[in-house]
Design a protein around this ligand. Sequence first.
Ligand code: URA
Length: 197
Amino acid sequence: MNEELKNHKAQLLELQKAQHEACRCELKATATQPVFGHGNPKAEIVFIGEAPGKDEDLQGIPFIGRAGQFLNTMLESIKLTRDDVYVTNTVKYRPPENRDPDDYEKIACREWLLAELNFIQPKLIIFLGRHAMSNFFPEAKIGEVHGKLLIKEIPNFPTKYFFALYHPAAAMYNGALRETLLEDFQKIPLALEKIKD
Ligand code: URA
């Protein structure tokens, strides 16, 4: 890793630690540890998931369990690895029993997510599931917008380009959703190209 990238990673780690200190999310009380975003701090693509699960909570790394392995396979299918992208979550602490994060938890972790995104300055933000999407597109329905390039100007935000996918954990064992997710994933390189035009 070159010196510049190392420095950038170190700065991002400091940001994560400060956000963890300041974060008021009540899930802090029950989680083993915070799960910081992970990957390339200069990535063009950032994936945002829902919240850490059991494996992530224990290891402190997002998408490290079965859904993460599925994500890795999909990345490989478009010739990317986890080192090319950055992966993070809407909520940074595991909800007990893997229940859905509630609105308070999402709001409590929102500033942290925004700080991370502003640090990385991605060109494209990809939502993994409806919880990640509703944070930015509260009215949108994932069944209608998945696999499409979404454009929205947000003040003081690094990009206006978004792309929504079904969550890998929801799609993994559901034949039809799985097919749709695999198809949508193949559209990512073209979406990125369009943005760069
Ligand atoms: N599901 C998520 O949404 N995030 C993770 O980190 C793991 C599984």
